[in-house]
Design a protein around this ligand. Structure first.
Ligand SMILES: C[S@@+](CC[C@H](N)C(=O)[O-])C[C@H]1O[C@@H](n2cnc3c(N)ncnc32)[C@H](O)[C@@H]1O
Length: 511
């Protein structure tokens, strides 16, 4: 069986197939279509007509000799995969129960975007009782993020280590005793971290690429239970600092508790989305990430955020899964395949382009390896077919062949600093404002700027330092400060008291 896009030459056979089932063939030329071929015969067809808001599914037909083989399901999935963020709409008198089992809801014309009336299926006279079935796009961002969170929370709850490509998580295979050794870690790395930190979810070893130096600040995007963050913490030493960010609360809780119990004083875990990093501008020397970016719903935004928080001259080291060719539609639409780092992966060139577009330079692929699911294939097929009987072994094989693990490095160019006209980042401004609030005894101002700084991800440690500086300033007799300022700046009126007038709050919120 071959499922492929409909070609103009297929039209006579499609019309014959539709007419044999009493379905009207008119308006096909306004649709995109897909056909199934078997031994030279055309045995199935589906078409989609688009408006900006809806994708109208129509002309779904499977030849009677081929029914019961999941062809209808495959055609539907192919059609649905084309709809992007649009709602799917269908008019049917006979297939209602089947559509409802697929997650469609029965509705009326009044509840469907008006543009549907411009399509061939819905033009002209339609009685208001015509059964219409509607499905909002289930691959919306919130659904995807929820699926990812649920999947990775599960690894913590079950204390599972290692994973397969779809039925489990990202990355590793089960052939080695410790799969981490297969993706670039040394046995001493595995032994160096607390038990429970390495959940076997990575697809490379970004720390090995990172040439981290003592004293550096490192950010781990999607830090999971902390494996790479703990390894990085040893490289940067007590003068350095590691921040891990992850959106799954269970991952953060596990990582924090390991850091506490094992005395990792230079590691901090923040819960948040890497598409909106809770980290201040130009703060970190190096960013690492292991099998995470493919899970984000807006990769370009995630790379822009990485660029924002990196110091000029900083380095990005990413291990991730990308595609060498598009995935079969049925896999692209599979939530489990998304959460398993497959369905959300970008084509390799698009991925590299997104890193460039964010502003990074010297973007370099330093490693590429195929994604071996050979020994887990049978269980993958079984698990996938339990979710969706239409997924075949061939679909999974095609998907596995499309996916590779990439190791990428890039830098933030130094001149990025000179592109900015404002030398104070929003976080630094808030720290200054906190100091000013303390120095001027303005409690509402302090609370306001404290909240603003927290939202920007400024650490309590930095805020304490700002407060201490302000207290030291307050404790210093004015005369001495003014004399110092006079010495350094040659003030015109050295008698002006160096007091901070009023409140530093620029928002007008502090009265
Ligand atoms: C495949 S695991 C990798 C974990 C870790 N890097 C490792 O190698 O063990 C992916 C992690 O990314 C996190 N994640 C996925 N999307 C995210 C997002 N948009 N923001 C923050 N974390 C995210 C998940 O919660 C999960 O912990």
């Amino acid at each position: 069986m071959l499922l492929r896009k409909r070609l103009p030459g297929d039209h006579p056979k499609v019309i014959q197939l539709l007419e044999s089932a009493g379905l009207p063939p008119d308006g096909l030329e306004h649709t995109d279509g897909w056909v199934v071929e078997s031994e030279g015969f055309l045995v199935g067809h589906v078409a989609v007509e688009f408006t900006p808001e809806v994708a109208v599914l129509r002309s779904l037909i499977v030849h009677p000799s081929q029914r019961g083989k999941g062809l209808g399901e495959r055609l539907m999935t192919e059609a649905e995969a084309q709809a992007g963020a649009r709602a799917f709409v269908l008019k049917t008198d006979t297939a209602g129960p089947w559509m409802e089992r697929r997650g469609y809801q029965k509705t009326t014309l009044d509840h469907v975007p008006a543009s549907v009336r411009s399509t061939t299926q819905f033009s002209g006279q339609l009685c208001s009782g015509t059964p219409i079935y509607l499905k909002e796009n289930t691959m919306d961002f919130d659904t995807l993020k929820a699926a990812v969170r649920e999947r990775y929370a599960g690894f913590v709850k079950q204390n599972t280590s290692c994973c397969g490509p779809i039925s489990k998580g990202c990355g590793c295979s089960s052939t080695l005793e410790d799969p981490s050794l297969k993706i670039g870690y040394e046995i001493q790395d595995v032994k160096a971290v607390p038990d429970g930190a390495n959940l076997g979810l990575g697809c490379g070893n970004p720390v090995a690429l990172a040439s981290l130096k003592p004293g550096e600040i490192v950010l781990d995007l999607g830090s999971g239970a902390g494996f790479d963050a703990f390894l990085a913490s040893k490289r940067v030493g007590s003068q350095g600092r590691v921040i891990g960010v992850d959106m799954t609360p269970e991952m953060i809780a596990r990582a924090r508790s390991l850091a506490d119990r094992h005395g990792y004083a230079n590691v901090e875990f923040r819960q948040g989305d890497i598409e909106q990093l809770p980290v201040e501008d130009a703060m970190v020397d190096a960013i690492i990430s292991n099998c995470v970016l493919n899970l984000t719903t807006d990769k370009a935004q995630a790379f822009r955020e990485a660029f924002r928080v990196m110091k000029p001259g900083g380095r990005l080291m990413v291990s991730d899964l990308v595609l060498l060719k598009p995935l079969p539609a049925i896999i692209r639409q599979d939530l489990d395949a998304y959460a398993a780092c497959m369905a959300g992966a970008l084509l390799k060139d698009d991925y590299l382009a997104a890193i460039h577009a964010a502003g990074f330079a010297q973007v370099e692929v330093v490693g590429e390896s195929s994604f071996d699911i050979g020994d887990t294939m049978a269980s993958e097929v079984e698990a996938a077919q339990r979710r969706n009987p239409a997924i075949t072994a061939a679909d999974l094989k095609a998907a596995a062949e499309a996916v590779v693990s990439l190791q990428i490095q890039a830098i933030k160019p130094l001149q990025a600093a000179s592109q900015t006209t404002d030398l104070m980042s929003p976080s630094v401004k808030e720290l200054v404002a906190i100091g000013a609030a303390i120095a001027s005894n303005c409690e509402p101002c302090f609370k306001y700027h404290y909240d603003a700084a927290r939202k920007l991800g400024v650490s309590k440690e930095d805020m304490r330092e700002a407060v201490n500086v302000a207290l030291a300033v307050k404790a210093t007799p004015h005369r001495k400060v003014v004399e110092a300022a006079d010495r350094l700046l040659t003030l015109t009126n050295p008698d002006t008291p160096a007091e901070i007038e009023g409140c530093a709050c620029g928002s007008g919120n502090c009265s």
